[in-house]
Structures are given as structure tokens and as C-alpha cells.
Design a protein around this ligand. Structure first.
Ligand code: GRF
Length: 204
């Protein structure tokens, strides 16, 4: 089996990207990163990826006239880098069916709540407002709907009475940094079986 080439898409800090790079370096994920892409020039992920010698490119959404143009540029970069698996790691843009169709069942996303609850951009705020006693994170395949595709892995954390968005986010992030590398490891080791448009079985 030839080695998977990852394309990691980020919009900000890039701590999940760093946890994936660390997992590759320690041999947990048997893949390489072909490119890191951001939609914002100031994304800290870009700086970090550059500093460790990974090809990194900003496709500035603001400089694209349309979503189609933006996605065509992203896809051109991913193809030029030979990417076989697209990793959304804090990428704060919705991708259209055009993009999803180009990489069907080969796009993973992380979301900082227990989907299908609390999708969207303000998961921690919404969890605290609702008053749930647990939260967590979800790794899923990306389909045409936001925060919706078949779930690969989830993990939970308690929600504490005195939590703020920041304390809850930090507790969830610790789990994210373990769960995302694990899900990618399962994918590249061909341990994920997509049974239908909702169910993923982990092969033993
Ligand atoms: C993470 O909480 C991720 O789940 C969410 O955005 C955040 C990105 O953090 N989608 P980072 O850029 O990986 O540090």
C-alpha cells in the first residue's frame, strides 16, 4: 500500500495540525504531510508549518471572487501536492458539494462537541448555554452538510459548574489532540469501513 499524503486545512492557531505532525514524527500515523493550506494569511498554522519545513500556502478567501474560485485554487494545490486525504483542522469555511465531490470519503473534520449536538461555530458557548453535563469532540467524514457526515470517533469530557468557554475549550482540546491522530491512523491503516452514509465500522 502506498503512503497516504495528507493535506491539512487550517484557519487559525493550528494546535490540531501540530498534534498530527507529532503523531507522524513518532510513527503513529504512517503518512506524510504534502501541504498545509490556510484561508487567511495571518493563520498561525501557516507560520508553524513553514518553520518545520512543510509546504504551506495561503489561498486567501478574500482575494477570491467566488467560493468556486476559492475551492478550485484549494483543489489545484491539493492535487499538485499529490494529496490523498484532506484533513480539516480548525478550518472555518464551509466547503461546497463541488469540493466534497472531488475528495468524497477522503475528507475528515474535527468538531469540538458531541455531534449531532452543538454543530456550528460556537459549540462551547452553546453547550454552556444549554446546560449539558458532558461535552466532547467528534471526528467525522465530511459530506455535503455542515458537521454532519458519518462519525468515526468521539470522546467526552465533563462540563463543570464553573466552566467558561475557555476552560471547557481547553478540556476538550486535550481530547482533540489524542482523537484526531487516532482517527487518521485508522484511516491510513485502512481500518475504517464506511457501511452506509451514516455508519463507520472500525475493523479489528
Ligand atoms: C478546534 O477546537 C477544532 O475542533 C475546531 O477549531 C479549533 C481549532 O483549533 N474546529 P486549532 O487551530 O487546531 O488549535
Amino acid at each position: 500500500m502506498s503512503k497516504h499524503i495528507l493535506g491539512i486545512l487550517c484557519s487559525g492557531r493550528g494546535s490540531n495540525m501540530q498534534s498530527i505532525l507529532a503523531a507522524i514524527n513518532r510513527g503513529q500515523i504512517k503518512a506524510e504531510v504534502g501541504i498545509v493550506l490556510t484561508d487567511k494569511p495571518q493563520a498561525r498554522a501557516l507560520e508553524y508549518a513553514k518553520s518545520v519545513g512543510i509546504k504551506s500556502v495561503c489561498v486567501n478567501r478574500k482575494e477570491c471572487q467566488t467560493q468556486q474560485e476559492f475551492e478550485e485554487k484549494l483543489i489545484a494545490e491539493l492535487k499538485a501536492a499529490g494529496v490523498t486525504l484532506v484533513i480539516l483542522a480548525g478550518f472555518m469555511r464551509i466547503l461546497s458539494p463541488y469540493f466534497v465531490g472531488e475528495y468524497r470519503h477522503r475528507i475528515l473534520n474535527i468538531h469540538p462537541s458531541l455531534l449531532p449536538s452543538f454543530g456550528g461555530a460556537h459549540a462551547h458557548r452553546d453547550v454552556l448555554a444549554y446546560g449539558t453535563k458532558v461535552s466532547g469532540c467528534t471526528i467525522h467524514f465530511v459530506d455535503e452538510c455542515m458537521d454532519h457526515g458519518p462519525i468515526i470517533l468521539q470522546d467526552t469530557v465533563p462540563v463543570l459548574d464553573d466552566d467558561t468557554e475557555e476552560t471547557l475549550a481547553a478540556r476538550v482540546l486535550e481530547k482533540e489532540h489524542i482523537l484526531y491522530p487516532r482517527a487518521i491512523e485508522l484511516f491510513v491503516d485502512d481500518k475504517l469501513e464506511l457501511l452506509d452514509d451514516r455508519h463507520v465500522r472500525i475493523k479489528q
